[in-house]
Ligand binder design. Structure first.
Ligand SMILES: *Cc1c(COP(=O)(O)O)cnc(C)c1O
Length: 474
């Protein structure tokens, strides 16, 4: 920097607004009323610093005046305010058609579950208190009783997620001993859940048997020895072995385990409470069937097919559940009161046989294709009406498929009707990005320069909002 630059630099820096001046701008005053003077002052200071650091007096396209610098700072403060409002978790509209979308929070809660969190669990509640005796009660007792009931099990326990459930079961029943698993079930299930790693972490030793595609009962039989703690059956979830395959049934495995006085533990993954083959889910173990077939312990996720909050559910023999509950690791993996409330309400829908209509995952999965097509046509009509006929947007309805997702049933697809949007001036990527940058963000798929909107995963109450977002972008 030569001498004249240095003095010019000095001059421009003196034109920077003071924090008080920034607070006095329209954006500043508005923010003070919304988020308070203290927080606004700190954001205003950051805005001034940011403008200061960006000053390049050699940039002769720019005219530095006090007015310009103030306007620039005000704009930065305004942005910072918006970011502050949008920080934290944001609700999004899931137009991808992926029902259990791990990146978008897996299962959306039912209205009953939301209400239960708010009304039963957001304040004081009888989490570990017996109202009748006035003494300490068992944590999670009511949700666990309901859970045991839908599983047809003696007892049940709730922990943080299915990975935690598997870790707890293996730590308690197989630490320092061997676990027999088929080579076809040594899988990784998204988000770094790897069966061999969980086994190692629990202190158990993996005894793999059979081959990737075929494992016979006799393979298990030969591997069982004095140090075998249990036979583990894992549902491969997001992986499929097809063609020349073989594996023993749960009943056969349970009989084998019990003849050898060891346990059968099934990690069922998704947790189908009833047979869902009608909706394309033909390979999902139904929890109560596994229990009836003789599995001593079954674990599964609360926020996949079950359609509840994130949780790991353990169902099985009463004596084993009690052992799990008493282990120190359980203390570290137990769940919050809000989870018990949401899960309890979700399970009640199953017991009352209203699950298909009340639990979003199930109502989306079972949504009738004709109704979906009708909804999509009506939506397209409203959209065309809202944007006018001579807009740049081409709206088409095409057949496609929705997927279950979430580490469950990778090849299960449901027929659907998609809204295919093509814009005259925006590329598919640009249109998708505008949707994503809306408030709330709309997450959609792109196919060959078109943006695809699948109403299967958009609730009817979100349609008006989605229409308005599309109208504004276009
Ligand atoms: C999804 C899944 C898990 C992991 O469950 P989280 O609830 O995500 O921890 C474990 N095992 C199986 C078989 C699964 O499908």
């Amino acid at each position: 920097m030569d001498k004249s630059d240095a003095s010019e630099n000095h001059r421009v820096l003196r034109l920077l607004p003071s924090v008080d001046e920034v607070l006095g701008t329209e954006a500043g005053r508005k923010m003070v009323s919304e988020i308070g003077r203290k927080r606004t002052t700190s954001l205003a200071r950051e805005a001034v610093e940011s403008v200061r650091s960006e000053i390049r007096i050699t940039d002769n396209r720019k005219i530095f005046t006090g007015e310009n610098l103030l306007a620039e700072t005000e704009a930065k403060l305004h942005n910072a305010g918006n970011n502050e409002k949008n920080s934290g978790l944001r609700r999004v509209i899931n137009a991808t058609g992926v029902i259990i979308h791990t990146n978008l929070g897996r299962a959306p809660l039912s209205e009953n579950a939301k209400r239960a969190v708010f009304e039963e669990a957001s304040g004081y509640c009888h989490l570990e208190y017996d109202v009748e005796t006035g003494k300490r009660g068992r944590r999670g007792a009511s949700a666990e009783k309901l859970l045991a009931e839908i599983c047809g099990a003696e007892s049940a326990l709730i922990v943080n997620n299915c990975a935690a459930a598997a870790l707890l079961v293996l730590s308690v029943f197989a630490h320092g001993r061997e676990v027999v698993v088929s080579r076809g079930e040594l899988v990784e299930i998204g988000g770094d859940f790897r069966v061999p790693d969980v086994l190692t972490q629990s202190g158990a030793t993996l005894r793999e048997v059979g081959t990737t595609n075929r494992t016979k009962l006799s393979d298990y039989e030969k591997a069982i020895g004095d140090n075998t703690a249990l036979v583990l059956r894992v549902h491969p979830s997001n992986y499929r072995i097809t063609g020349f395959t073989e594996k023993p049934s749960i009943t056969e495995l349970a009989d084998l385990a019990h003849q050898n006085r060891i346990l059968l533990y099934e990690d069922a993954g998704s947790g189908a409470i009833f047979d869902m083959s009608e909706y394309g889910l033909v390979d999902e173990p139904v929890i109560s069937r596994s229990i009836a077939a003789g599995a001593d312990i079954v674990t599964f996720s609360g926020d996949k097919l079950l359609g509840g909050p994130q949780s790991g559910l353990i169902a099985g023999r009463r004596d084993m559940i009690e052992q799990l509950r008493k282990h120190p690791l359980y203390r570290a993996l137990r769940v919050d009161k809000m989870i018990y409330a949401a899960l309890g309400a979700t399970i009640k829908s199953y017991l009352q046989e209203t699950a298909l209509t009340e639990i979003p995952v199930l109502s989306m999965l079972s949504a009738d294709t004709h109704n979906l097509a009708e909804r999509t046509r009506t939506f397209a009509k409203s959209l065309l009406k809202a944007i006018g006929t001579n807009s740049d947007l081409a709206v088409e309805i095409i057949a496609g498929s929705s997927v279950v997702g979430g580490g469950a049933a990778p090849d299960v697809r449901r027929e659907t009707m998609l809204l295919a949007l093509m814009h005259g001036r925006l590329s598919g990527n640009e249109l998708e990005k505008s949707l994503r940058m809306s408030n709330p963000p709309v997450i959609a798929r792109i196919m060959e320069n078109r943006v695809l909107v699948d109403l299967r995963t958009v609730s009817e109450s979100e349609e008006v909002e989605l229409l308005e977002i599309l109208r504004q972008i276009i």
